[in-house]
Design a protein. Sequence first.
Length: 295
Amino acid sequence: MSLQRTNKNNKIKIGKPLIVIITGLSGSGKTVALRALEDSGFFCVDNLPITLIDSFLSISVEKRVDNKIGIGIDIREKDFLREIGDVLSNLKKRYRVEILYLEADKDVLIRRFKETRRPHPLGGELEKAIMDEKKALTALKEASDKIIDTSSFTPHQLREYIKIMFGVKTSEKKMTLTLISFGFKYGVPQNVDLLFDARFLPNPNFVPELKELSGVDKSVSDYVFKHRVSNSYVKKIKDLIDFVIPLYIKEGRTYVTIGIGCTGGNHRSPAIVERLNRFLKKYPLEINIVHRDLK
């Protein structure tokens, strides 16, 4: 299960330029995340030397290049570990700064490097380089505002997740809530705040006329919710949501993810997500629906 948190010591002041720093382990998707920021209207620069970040931001803000800037940094910069602490401390005094730290399981990183046939920035034996980098970046990980485990993400899914987090709002609603349906057989999403298991509910997969349909189809939804246990379960989920959403909003959270899982992610979990989507419209939220494993 991934760690995902907000740094409460980072008090963001409205009106200051927003600086999003993408960092983390090599092979975890930093380039994909930075491109997603660019798609969301950020002015982005990658592999900027640590010692030039402050000057770059001063010029960018003064020239009004953009009020939203994304910066990609990693361990390839020779002064990275020696300079990064002081640089980030100074930036947070002048700007709204959010640090995103991306990571992934060791086996996933090894597979990605082998697929791309690219050497690790630290060189040498791959597994040792991954572990050395992870150890070296421990302090930076602890200083991050959000840690994202990308092990189960495809590049497309990571891009969409970042765009949801930092995309331009279409209204004055302050918090983005993502509802994601998924199949446990394909792995649990790594970045969820609330996770619910629907595998004990009656399964439309065993009904011949429903097997090839999905949870977004009315006939499948009708089947799921004709059973009392399904309605009771969703009612309890709604009660919990009614309790926590106002608290999230009061806390100032900008994004929350709720995951609903069933066996294959094709019937029960999508049906529940669609039902919750209608329920959540009463809140001042930006709602995004992701059916991760829908066929």
